[in-house]
Design a protein around this ligand. Structure first.
Ligand code: TYC
Length: 105
């Protein structure tokens, strides 16, 4: 038998690094008005944004005094759904309570 030459096989692997983008975040903003009762604002903050009594009261007072207050940050879908839900709770009672959303930079 004659000696055989073994050529090692080389392989090239290409690795593609996929950069995952984080989804942009949206702020939910509570706007002040002159008509919605304070207790009602607090109850909406507790129900829709899962705040405790103290946090909800503090957030309501900030909006009341400053005109607006950023209350939470979510992905776009969640922010828009919650803002709409909360605004509609006020609307159902005839209050002008308003929640809006804004993209976070
Ligand atoms: N300004 C309202 C009042 O005096 C209470 C209120 C607070 C309404 C915050 C909206 O986002 C708001 N009855």
């Amino acid at each position: 038998m004659s000696p055989t030459t073994v050529t090692p096989k080389t392989t090239t692997k290409t690795k593609t690094k996929v950069k995952l983008q984080r989804p942009p975040l949206y702020k939910v903003i509570l706007l002040n008005d002159d008509y919605t009762p304070r207790e009602f604002v607090v109850s909406v903050l507790k129900a829709v944004f899962r705040m405790g009594e103290e946090t909800a009261s503090r957030v309501m007072l900030t909006a009341h005094q400053k005109g607006a207050c950023v209350i939470a940050v979510y992905t776009r879908d969640v922010a828009e759904t919650k803002a709409k839900e909360a605004t509609e709770l006020g609307k159902a009672k005839g209050y002008p309570l308003f929640f809006t959303t804004e993209k976070e930079e």
